[in-house]
Structure formats: structure tokens, C-alpha cells
Design a protein around this ligand. Sequence first.
Ligand code: PHE
Length: 467
Amino acid sequence: MNSNKKTVFDNGNVFGSRLGFILAAAGSAVGLGNIWRFPYLAAKYGGGFFLLVYIILAITFGFTLMLTEIAIGRRTGKSVLGAYTSVHKGFGFMGWAAAAIPALVLPYYCVIGGWVLKYMTMFITGQGHVTAGEITNTAGENIDFFNGFIGEPVQPTIFFVIYLILNAVVIMLGVQNGIEKVSKVLMPVLVLLIIGIAIYTLTLNGAFEGVKYYLLPNFEDFTVEKLFKTVAAAASQLFYSMSIAMGILVTFGSYMRKQDSIEKSVRQIELFDTGVALLAGLIIVPSVFAFSGGEGGAVNAGPGLMFITLPKVFQSMPFGDLIGALFFILVSLAALTSSISLMETVVSAIMEKFKLTRTKACIVVVLLSLVLGMLSVLGYSTWSDFRLFDMQFLDFFDYITNSLMMPLLALLTCILIGYIVKTTYVEEEVLCGEKKFRMQFMYRVMIRFVCPVCMVMILVTPFFVKF
Ligand code: PHE
């Protein structure tokens, strides 16, 4: 076994430092999920209670799954395609799933990245107020800016392509010169931005009510069903937010130096990810509260929250254009560091499998993403009548990856490590960078019993409960 050898890569495919690894992995974890989805789920599922459930799950369930994937990556030193075969010959098919997931997510994530880029450009050029208003579409109806924007094909295509190319440039530069350098610059900027904006929004009139709504547990009409829903919602949010079962952590794990501690790194990545999610909530919930005069309902606007409600909120606050610009810069950075991790996972798999150079593999991925991404772009405009299982393309790709393929892959990973190759496979790798595996006992119990149950719950809950 190669577990005690330092992994050697030829073309700079190794992170230069532990900090570089942590920031790149945290960059992947911190994304649209933290900034847009987490705050509105917390507001919806009882504020502080959701936060508590989320944190408990993060240090148990999230810790276990993240550590497992990173250890598999580092022990095998391979891209996702090769990694699972190395763990066990009979489980090589998991590598294909782990490569297919990011290949399917990347295109539509870049479409959403394009929307964010558009909003950032609007705010930076002083047109933020336009995004808060209505526009007249080609059919002569007055609709809100967001639906007008995505409802026609040209602009969303342009921003999607720009966003995709931005990703490709970083990936072509390689692991150390691209991903690591970008993460080392962007992640500290992101933290400064989010802290700065949070401090500002907390000073707004009426914000305090929002903070209470967000942080204090709300046990009103508390039922067992609600508890079940809260745990299921927190578990699936956590799963997505930590970039689990996307092949990303295996890929980044394979670039991690042997002497670095996996356990410590996982804890720090989780802290980073959860910290940013909590802070995003401290921006969004209080400012929506202040804007709506103490009405909690506006936070539940769901997907429209970021693109429809927030621009109106910025419009109504002092220095709103500036705060809006900073906010959309923040979201763009968060999205970019997530999508580069997706692209790297697919590119590395193609490089390894087809023995292609980084540049060539990158071009293949860009072309593939252009085709799939265009389906998602046009699904809102030219082909808006077309439905796949009653869903638009973007929702369809999102559904099959997040609700089906990812939980299944994570479940199989638990079975593979917990029962087939046994937990020692991961434990030996953790102990390679450290003298002690502090959470070893918890890890064994989690990977064999608790995580599989959680995964089954995430898989089946949507079929029984309406969220
Ligand atoms: N973890 C990301 C988030 O919270 C999700 C994600 C990661 C999506 C990587 C795509 C790629 O938004």
C-alpha cells in the first residue's frame, strides 16, 4: 500500500501548504448554499433550533463524511475515477458516479454563477436599482427584473459563457498556481466582506428583531413531524454545503501533502463553512426584517430571495448600492471558488483516464459544459415550455444530482468503508499525518451506523413529506 509514501505528482498537482488545502476546500464548501440557502432554511425551521441541529450534525455526520472522502483521496493519490477502484476493485463504478455528478452540476452552477455576475455588474455600474424594479418583456407584460433577465436567451448566455471561461482560466493554471493561489487571495477577501456587511446590517433600524428571529429557538407549534423535517432539512443542507459526495473532496485529498493532519483540516474547513453560513444569516435575516417592517415571511421567499427580495432590500437601506455591490462581489467569489472545485474534479478525472494534458482536458470540459449549460439557460426562455419529469432543465439536473445521485454515492461510501474494506482503511491514512485520531471511536460508530441511516433519510424523506 502506498499510504505511507509521500504522493508525488509531476505537474504541480499538489497543494503547497496545509493552509492552501484548507482554503481551497473551504472555498469549495462556501458557496451559494451558505449565502442564500442556509439563512432561509434557518428562518423557516425555527431559527436557533435549526442552527443547533445543524451544528451537532456538522461535528458528527459532516465530520465523518468529509474525513472519509479526503482520506480516500490522499491514500489512493488518484482522481475520482481511479480512487474507488483502488479502494476496492468491485466498487470502481462509484468513481464513474463521482465523476458524473460534478460533470452534471458544473454546467448549471455556471449558469447561476452567470446570474450572480450579471447582478454584480449591475450594482458595480450603479444600476443596482434597476434590479429591484420591474421591466417590460417582449410580450409587453411588466415582470420583475430577474424573471425578465432569465426569460430571454442572449444576456444569460453571455454571462454564463464569461463565468465558465473564468473558471477554465483558473483550472488551466493548475493546482498550485491556479486553485491554491486564487483561494489564498479570494477567501480572506470573502471573510472580510461578509464580516463588514454583517456589522453594517446589524446597525440598521429594526434589525434586532431579525437577529432574535434568527438566533432564538422557536418552539411554537412544535411537533414530532416538525422535528423530523428540521433534522432532514439540516442534514441535506449540510451535505450539500460541505461539498460531500461530489468527488471534490477525494480530488482535493489526493493533492494534500502526506505530513498534514486530515482531522485538524476537516475541523477547520467545517468551522469556516459553518461560520460563513451563520454570518450570511446575520446579513440576510435582519436586513430583510428591517426592510419588511418586522415581517418574517419575506425571508421565506425561497429561490427568489437573493435575486428579487434582496435587491429591494438594498434599495431601501442607506448606502444600499454600495452594500449591494459588495454583497454580489461576495457571492461571486463564493460561487467561483465552488465551481473551480467542480471543474477540477472533472478535469483531473479526464486527464487521468484519457492521458490528456490539463489544457486539453479543460477544453473538453468547457465544451461539454457549454452544451449542458445552454439547456439550462434556454430552459427559462426559448424552451420554457419543455419539461423533463415536470421540471425545467436546471431543476432537473439539480434534482438528479442533489436528491438522488449524491445521497446514493455517500451511502455506498459508508458501506464500502464501514463494512467492506473496514474503517482501518481511513484510520491508517488519518494516522499518517498525526500521532492520534482523536475522534476514532465516534468515527467508527458514525460511518457504520449513523451516517447510513441519515443518508437513507435524506433519500426517502422527499417522497413522504412535503417541505
Ligand atoms: N458547497 C457549495 C455551497 O454551499 C455547493 C457546491 C460546491 C456546489 C461545489 C457546487 C460545487 O454552495
